[in-house]
Design a protein around this ligand. Sequence first.
Ligand SMILES: [Zn+2]
Length: 141
Amino acid sequence: MSEHPQTYTKPLPSLQGLSGAFYGWCARGELRFQRCSACARWRHVPRELCAHCGSFEWTWERSSGRGKVFSWTEVVRALHPDFGDETPYAPVIVEMQEGVRMLSRVLDCPPDALRIDLPLEVQFVAVHESLSLPLFRRVAR
Ligand SMILES: [Zn+2]
């Protein structure tokens, strides 16, 4: 994904509410997740309520930005026409060091090079003046 910000035409995530707050940190080059103030568990995707203890108290805490491949699938026929020129590609579930899992993609990595537990590090890719997507790169162990 090397599109120039002005030429990026794919669907964009919502920038409203908690999603907007998450991507606001990404625009500053910081990957942050919610962490429950009562039980200290990390969570993603952003939501108001802790699924573990029910607390509404939480803070945004900075992630290490490091994780590993938990799972992936290979898309050979795009479900949205804007992704048709990128097939085959692999949506990847990344398990972060903090324990949360997030859906993303690994840059410069063909699907057949993916492996379970492959070490990854976040890299923000600006696709719009106010939006950077948290994508990943392979890193040495
Ligand atoms: Zn909690």
